[in-house]
Design a protein around this ligand. Structure first.
Ligand code: MRU
Length: 340
């Protein structure tokens, strides 16, 4: 990757300060940059549940620091692990990070808090390097001047600092391979309009916001060359779980003959989960659907579903880009082969 391409986003959305983890409150973006200090594993779990921080790889990085905070405070690490694991159910990166930290604790001899802080930092840096490799590998899949759709936020804000799908888009744009990006708004939490568009504009990638229900029209009228998304968990058979609405985009892409790419680090793959339909799908409060920024958008007393994620069957996915290589064709056998 060329040295002139920014290898991480300039915004400090997660900042380890030794005695606390400072995180950017993503709920307030793009209107305000406000930081929240997490001083314990419980604080990290609360911030994760409340969506102060979100995005599968970032949830994992924050959990790693949460475990380091627990070690620093002399807390019971298995209890801290349980607290963190209960924060959100779908992104497997959380469990991966907690496991990594429990193993680091076992190996630590001497100053355990220091060893745990160093392990969390390593976890973070490994994610950043994975982002950079995926951006490079992913860009190789695109033809010059591609116009792409992305969904939710799989950018710097969702990871250690460059992004998965958005990292690929930004690097491909730098190479002249992406001419325009269309982030879907991503109801109900609006990660696409609030976060992804913000990141793309800051990165000077030409981008136009669309509401989720506009994707089909854009594809039908020949304005899209690829769909590029992240993932919260990839099952052993290569089914892909991601933000609600991703499955619909995959079906649309298949119908219109448009490639559908998933970009995700190895920490998102769950080989212990045989198939996508076994992935726990988070259901969040209906309030987040019937209100926007605290204002009602449905009749008082309205019932609403809030499934936060859906699963795309592997046969709808053209390729999965990981830092260990590109999985193509997409099935369990090739996934395992690439992951080694
Ligand atoms: O509910 P969120 O905002 O945590 O959901 C995030 C997503 O679905 C992302 O697409 C996914 O975590 C990949 S992030 C690199």
């Amino acid at each position: 990757m060329s040295y002139r391409f920014p290898l991480k986003d300039a915004v400090r959305h997660i900042d380890w300060r030794g005695d606390r983890l400072r995180v950017l409150d993503q709920r307030l973006l793009p209107r305000r940059l406000r930081y929240v200090d997490c001083r314990s594993a419980q604080d990290v779990a609360d911030a994760t549940r409340a969506m102060v921080l979100r995005g599968a790889p970032l949830i994992g990085c924050a959990a790693a620091y949460g475990m380091a905070l627990a070690a620093r405070r002399g807390e019971d690490l298995s209890r801290a692990a349980k607290t963190l694991l209960a924060a959100r159910p779908t992104a497997v990166n959380l469990a991966n990070a907690v496991q990594y930290m429990l193993e680091a604790a076992k190996r630590a001899n001497g100053d355990r808090p220091m060893a745990m802080a160093a392990a969390a930092q390593r976890y973070f840096e490994t994610d950043l390097r994975a982002n950079q490799t995926m951006a490079r590998l992913g860009a190789s899949l695109l033809k010059r001047g591609s116009r792409v759709i992305t969904h939710c936020n799989a950018g710097a804000l969702a990871t250690s600092g460059l992004g998965t799908a958005v990292g690929m888009i930004r690097y491909a744009h730098y190479l002249g391979k992406v001419s325009h990006a269309y982030p879907c708004e991503t109801r109900p939490y609006l990660q696409g309009s609030r976060l992804t568009l913000w990141e793309l504009m800051r990165g000077r990638v030409p981008a136009t916001l669309i509401t989720d229900n506009m994707a089909a029209h854009l594809m039908k009228t020949g304005r899209i060359d690829a769909v590029i998304v992240g993932s919260d968990r990839i099952a052993a058979n290569a089914d892909v779980c991601n933000k609600i609405g991703t499955y619909g985009l995959a079906i649309l892409a298949r119908h219109h003959g448009i490639p559908f790419y998933v970009v995700a680090p190895a920490t998102t793959v769950d080989l212990d989960c045989a198939r996508g339909d076994l992935i726990p799908i988070e259901e969040r409060s209906a309030k987040e659907v019937v209100e926007i920024f605290g204002r009602p958008i449905a009749p008082k007393g309205a019932r609403a579903h809030h499934f936060a994620f859906d699963v795309t069957p592997h046969d709808l996915v053209t390729a999965i880009v990981t830092e260990r290589g590109i999985v193509r064709p997409v099935d369990g056998r090739h996934l395992k082969k690439v992951l080694g």
